[in-house]
Design a protein around this ligand. Structure first.
Ligand code: EPZ
Length: 419
């Protein structure tokens, strides 16, 4: 079993280049199959398990895919199948974007139920509601989501009952080729939604309003492949900001969009940590022990749920009491038990976690119970006294590119071992 072995207590310092956004990339790769002709080169692509998995899935659908350094070339013209039924589809959440993309391309799709992090109930009723509003008949049979139309999709008005990133993107994908206009109301506004819309528009789609809560998609009859560069990863950037603060270091992040990080910057400032914004860089530094704060996760532009877990580690060693209200995923506090194994003090009641800040943590073996819990454990290991072993790295590798190399370059003592 692979583990990350971390000798804690070293302040992080230096520069780190942030990779392309996972949650944009995992939607842009399925979106690329919508091109009727041409080859897309997707650049600034994170080299992580989720994009590697999508590479296989898209290739198995019939596309020609070439992996380059930090990029992928996709020629989707050979795709003739609307079936994504192989086991690898189950390995990640974002494979559900194949439903929207295949429905748009062929008017039909069969996709195995997606997997991903176990952070609570992850229904897809809002995705299905959108596809049905556009005229698809959707059923779930033996673990396969089947969506069929008689004569292609028709534009429709869809009001999302919950603000859902996945449903917004999936409905947007399907609507690109529907007949007429689709209006998505109460849409999610995350930066990756704008990025996917920009990519689709660059291929000839007609999407307006991405980044607001009303998105209008006029269906088009043809889309042509285009080259595209994925935005920087808001969550990876936030993870390094938090790690810099937790080790009381001085780290400059390169290749970031500071605007996307405002909610994190605001919280770090509230804790007494210094953050300086450049045009496409951010410096985070402190010498002091941070102050505890209250935090509520919210859809963008609120504080992202995907950083709640790394932030828990910082709050666990901050001064005084902190309260976290996790409003998106009810099962996203498993990392608190792991932090407690390292000496953190706190309790969880439903969607609320209360942490009583301790001076420091002490190293032991802890589990990455999901992707961002893994990031929380790595940060805990970086600050803890002694040696920390983080297990179950499959989760971490799904979403963080070369995590140990990036932290090593910042002065951490962290390496991957086989035990
Ligand atoms: C995306 O998941 C991200 N994953 C998640 O990041 C992220 O935590 C989440 O958005 C929220 O920001 C990807 O982009 C691949 P949602 P998604 O639909 O789309 C409820 C990470 O760590 N809901 O926005 O699956 C749902 O239960 C991952 O990188 C419904 O009720 O999340 C949740 O409470 C983990 N019905 C809320 O909406 C639906 O049909 C938000 O979910 C869909 C969602």
């Amino acid at each position: 079993m692979e583990k990350l072995l971390i000798e804690g207590g070293k302040k992080l310092s230096g520069k780190v280049k942030i990779s392309g956004a996972k949650n944009a990339a995992v939607a842009i790769l399925p979106a690329a199959i919508l091109a009727d002709h041409g080859v897309c080169t997707i650049d600034n692509l994170p080299d992580i398990e989720d994009t590697n998995c999508l590479e296989h899935i898209i290739r198995n659908l019939g596309a020609t895919v070439e992996k380059l350094d930090g990029a992928m070339k996709i020629d989707p013209t050979g795709i003739t199948s609307h079936l994504a039924l192989r086991d690898e589809v189950k390995r990640m959440r974002a494979s559900y974007y194949l439903i929207g993309a295949l429905l748009a391309k062929f008017g039909k799709a069969e996709v195995v139920f997606p997997g991903g992090c176990n952070i609570g109930v992850r229904p897809i009723d809002q995705h299905i509601k959108g596809f049905e509003a556009m005229g698809a008949k959707v059923s779930i049979e033996h673990g396969v989501i089947k969506a069929y139309t008689e004569n292609g999709l028709k534009g429709a008005n869809v009001y999302l009952d919950v603000v859902s990133v996945g449903a917004t993107i999936n409905i947007m994908l399907a609507a690109t080729r529907a007949e007429g206009t689709t209006i998505i109301e109460n849409a999610a506004k995350e930066p990756h939604i704008v990025d996917v819309a920009n990519f689709l528009n660059s291929m000839g789609a007609n999407i307006k309003g991405a980044g607001t809560d009303v998105i209008k998609v006029k269906g088009v009859t043809e889309m042509v492949a285009n080259d595209y560069s994925v935005i920087p990863d808001q969550i990876e950037a936030g993870t390094f900001m938090i790690a810099a603060a937790a080790t009381r270091g001085d780290v400059t992040l390169l290749n970031v969009i500071p605007k996307h990080l405002e909610s994190i910057t605001a919280k770090l400032l509230e804790m007494g940590i210094s953050v300086e914004e450049g045009e496409d860089s951010l410096r985070v530094y402190t010498n002091e022990r941070p102050k505890g704060i209250n935090l509520k996760t919210l859809p963008y532009p609120g504080f992202p749920t995907d950083l709640q877990q790394p932030m828990s580690t910082l709050l666990a060693i901050s001064e005084g009491r902190s309260m976290i209200n996790e409003s998106i995923w009810e099962g996203r506090f498993k990392h608190i038990d792991e932090l407690k194994k390292m000496g953190a003090s706190g309790k969880v009641e439903g969607k609320i976690a209360i942490l009583e800040g301790v001076e420091t943590l002490s190293g032991t073996e802890v589990e990455a119970t999901d992707l961002r819990a893994g990031a929380a454990m790595v940060i805990a290991g970086l600050v803890a006294k002694g040696t920390t072993r983080v297990t179950n790295l499959v989760h971490v590798d799904r979403g963080y590119e070369k995590i140990e190399d990036k932290f090593t370059a910042l002065g951490a003592s962290i390496r991957r071992i086989e035990e």
